[in-house]
Design a protein around this ligand. Sequence first.
Ligand code: ZN
Ligand code: FE
Length: 243
Amino acid sequence: MAIEVVRIPVLSDNYVWLVHDAASGETMVVDPAVAEPVLAAATARGWTISAIWNTHWHPDHTGGNAAIKAATGATIYGPAAEAAKIPTLDMQLAEGDTVKLGAHIATVLETPAHTAGHITYHFADDAIAFTGDTLFAMGCGRLFEGTAEQMFANMQRLAQLPDETTVYCAHEYTESNGRYALVAEPDNAAIVSRMADVVAARARGEATVPTSIGLERATNPFMRASSATELAERRAKKDAFRS
Ligand code: ZN
Ligand code: FE
């Protein structure tokens, strides 16, 4: 049976993902920035959160950890490399480790650069990836604790996942990312076409996430960068970009 993923928009542009496996009845939450709306969303569906999966230590991804654990007894999983920065962590994960939701297995991919220990959760059999602040729709995370070389390696690696892989990232940055993507690759018709859809969706107040690996391969200027140098140039331009 398929995993069910519920999008919970919180703060100004964060997405928390509530993930349920009906076969086992298990529910986990990815990157709870806050607790209240997440607990409410679970309660409304009759679900009990038994685990929290963090991609990295930033407060807009871990801020709800303590309160959700207090309310549910959930076990908190996250990157071993950031254990010192996530005091609520129960289980430390590193490259190649697996985490389960019922019978569904996610593999941990180390995807550092935004933060030094950032991880991605990949459910290969379900064709789902939770990429946190590493891969966004038409964007990538800022290089706060790592290098363009690391982010380039992340992009190359994620690009090798099957095109149909659904990508759940942690922010609604798509329209801003797309405005820069149009400048980075002005001749890319796929970006022009996607941006028309994105602008219309945002005007209607709709989310533009999740995305897919195939769509990112076609339209993401960071995944499409031909080298770490080009990714670094694009990242610097995006950081300074004002549309
Ligand atoms: Zn972050
Ligand atoms: Fe974030």
